[in-house]
Design a protein around this ligand. Structure first.
Ligand code: TRP
Length: 447
């Protein structure tokens, strides 16, 4: 059996989903996620949102709306990896390792950065006016998103192709320096047969043209927005050309082939624009109404969504946390007693992990202790009468990982609270690594 192909894409959380996002990205991605031979990774790119958007309320709201949208449209969070970028600390961590191998000249050539500089120069400004280091580093953060999960394919729009090429360049450079087996080099996948939807003014539906129809308008407002789409002035009874009509293009994006053929015939027979728009509304609403109901329910319960994203991040970290240990090790960020990977080809499998050890003392009681990767003591349990009791508690600790609430509760059972020798965050971090490693092993076994 060949290993599954990994498909990964990110959605920047700076806006409200519109019909163009639904047809061009959400719907095809969810269809692709049902492919049995692939693993899908979809994430909310909230760190990327900060580059474009300085409005905290908007970033939070957009994250909520986009998460709810993908789930309402049928994404199955048990079948795919669905997580929020900022819940994966390995992404910013890898961003730094990649930053250190990325040529500044490569970033100078990025389209978005160059466009900002060119606009400044054309306007007689200093080249860097209003340009943040975040904009400049955008491609490196995106490379980290992709490389941390060793994605094979990245479905994106044409405007993102250069970013994928940069991720390849950066990954290749890292491989060259630190070990050629480390990163899979990703490829952009451009969906050729997915429609780009026209907006209300006939140009491509896009936030930057201010011609979008929001995805989750209530039915009456959706109808109003559709009736407001610009058309030519042909009267009812006059034949109309479907192939130059934005109404027909929108209809086609939602219709079955038979429905599309019927609309084509109606155009030839001179259907009035009002009637065509009414039929278009009914078609779109019949697809969206059941999804809209799910969306409303999801958005009304942010706590449940928060929990779902948290669970998604824990699963994703099952991959990213152990891989990050390998990457750190490869780059020389490792304990002083570690043997360099090059001198020992199998080193990848034996990267230092924190240790959870159980043992029996002379007093006849059962204990466990947690040590960090350097062997320093993080936690020492009280004594238990039965080994089972100690075992269950230490397993529960690993399960809690860096969930501080659960962790505090468990710690009361196994260590008197005032006996913790280190900050609880240090214990949590070590447990999170163990949890991630355990998940990764279970997943590796399942394959
Ligand atoms: N830059 C992408 C966009 O604006 C969003 C994104 C962030 C992304 N990280 C990614 C897409 C990683 C694919 C893979 O559309």
């Amino acid at each position: 059996m060949h290993p599954a192909r990994r498909i990964l894409t990110g959605i920047t959380t700076s806006g409200t989903p519109h019909l163009g996002n639904y047809v061009g990205a959400i719907r095809p991605a969810i269809a692709a996620s049902r492919r049995a031979d692939a693993e899908s990774f979809y994430f909310l790119a909230d760190y990327h949102a900060l580059i474009k958007c300085g409005d905290p309320a908007r970033v939070q709201r957009s994250t909520l709306e986009i998460a709810a949208s993908w789930l309402a449209c049928g994404l199955d969070p048990d079948k795919v990896f669905f997580y929020r970028q900022s819940d994966i600390p390995e992404i910013p961590e890898l961003t730094w390792l990649l930053t250190c191998v990325t040529a500044k000249g490569l970033l100078n050539r990025a389209h978005a950065y160059k466009a900002a500089v060119d606009a400044n120069i054309a306007g007689g400004e200093d080249a860097d006016t209003g340009v943040t280091a975040g904009l400049y580093m955008y491609p490196v953060l995106m490379a980290a998103d992709i490389l941390i999960f060793n994605a094979h394919e990245v479905p994106v729009g044409r405007d993102q192709i250069q970013h994928i090429e940069m991720a390849r360049d950066i990954g290749q450079r890292f491989n060259h320096l630190y070990g050629s087996e480390l990163f899979t080099l990703p490829e952009a996948r451009i969906e050729e047969n997915v429609a780009t939807l026209p907006g209300t003014d006939g140009r491509k539906m896009s936030k930057s043209y201010d011609n979008t129809i929001p995805l989750w308008l209530p039915a009456a407002e959706l109808r109003k927005a559709i009736l407001g789409i610009v058309t030519d002035s042909r009267a009812p009874g006059e034949p109309k050309d479907p192939d130059t009509s934005n109404i027909f293009a929108l209809h086609q994006a939602f219709a079955t082939p038979a429905q599309s053929a019927a609309m084509r015939a109606a155009f030839a027979a001179g259907i009035g624009w009002g009637e065509a728009k009414q039929q278009l509304f009914e078609l779109i609403d019949s697809e969206l109404a059941p999804l809209r109901a799910r969306y409303e329910a999801l958005i009304a319960d942010p706590a449940q969504l928060e929990q779902l994203l948290h669970a998604g991040a824990a699963r994703a970290r099952g991959r990213s946390a152990p891989f990050m240990l390998r990457l750190r090790h490869a780059a020389g960020i490792r304990r002083l007693t570690d043997v360099p990977a090059r001198a020992r080809p199998a080193a990848a499998a034996t990267v230092a992990l924190p240790q959870l050890k159980s043992y029996r003392e002379r007093d006849g009681l059962f204990y466990f202790k947690l040590e960090d990767t350097a062997g320093a003591m993080l936690l020492h349990s009280r004594g238990f009468d039965a080994p089972r009791e100690a075992g269950q508690l230490s397993a529960a600790l690993v399960e809690a990982g860096d969930d501080l609430v659960a962790l505090k509760r468990l710690l009361l059972e196994c260590v008197p609270a005032n006996e913790l020798a280190v900050p609880i965050e240090a214990v949590a971090a070590a447990l999170a690594v163990l949890k991630a490693d355990k998940l990764a092993r279970a997943q590796a076994k399942a394959h």
